[in-house]
Design a protein around this ligand. Structure first.
Ligand code: GNR
Ligand code: NI
Length: 174
């Protein structure tokens, strides 16, 4: 099922998510919905709290967007172990539709997560994949990329998101 994606700012997006304790059927269904929602929106990643579920869980698939990309991949309780280098990348976010801004990120990350079989997996990523991992881990810590840009740009985006939400509310009630 395609779920509704929360638009920033939203109190749920600001909360730090809680660790996943076990994989059960409910979690597997949630993961299915996250992939369906991400592909429907043509994103390269999606964090659970973007669909209103405050769990440390994300999906990523950069395989169609860059050579040697990663995914489809489920990240349960992901954490970044180390970062290297620097890259300026124009980021978008499904919770901030129609916007994109340059953000400075690490060019290479080493990260760890559990997969659906509860195996502990350690991996390295570079380029877009590294940016996506950092972007999703930010979400799971209650942070979005606009907190890494100038306040002038952020406040401009805040106004546009307010108008977007008002337009959607008007649409929904007509
Ligand atoms: O689809 C997405 N594209 C993207 C582009 C550049 C940097 C990060 C991203 S992640 C984003 C999907 C999303 O909002 N994930 O939380
Ligand atoms: Ni995002």
């Amino acid at each position: 099922m395609v779920r509704e994606i929360l638009i920033w700012p939203d109190p749920i997006l600001k909360e730090k998510t809680r660790l996943v304790e076990a994989v059960d059927d409910e979690l597997r269904l949630l993961v299915d919905d996250m992939f369906e929602t991400m592909y429907h929106a043509e994103g390269v990643g999606l964090a659970a709290n973007q669909i209103g579920v405050s769990l440390r869980l994300a999906v990523v698939d950069t395989s169609q967007s860059e050579e040697g990309g990663i995914g489809p991949m489920v990240l349960i309780n992901p954490e970044i172990l180390s970062m290297e280098g620097s890259i300026r990348f124009r980021e978008g976010c499904l919770s901030i539709p129609g916007e994109a801004e340059e953000v400075i990120r690490a060019e290479k990350v080493r990260f760890r997560f559990r997969d659906l079989d509860w195996n502990l997996v350690e991996m390295e990523a570079t380029g877009l994949s590294a940016v996506a991992i950092q972007h999703e881990c930010d979400h799971l810590d209650g942070k979005v990329y606009v907190e890494r840009i100038s306040s002038l740009k952020r406040e401009r985006i805040r106004k546009r998101m307010k108008r977007l939400k008002e337009a959607r509310r008007a649409q929904a009630s007509s």
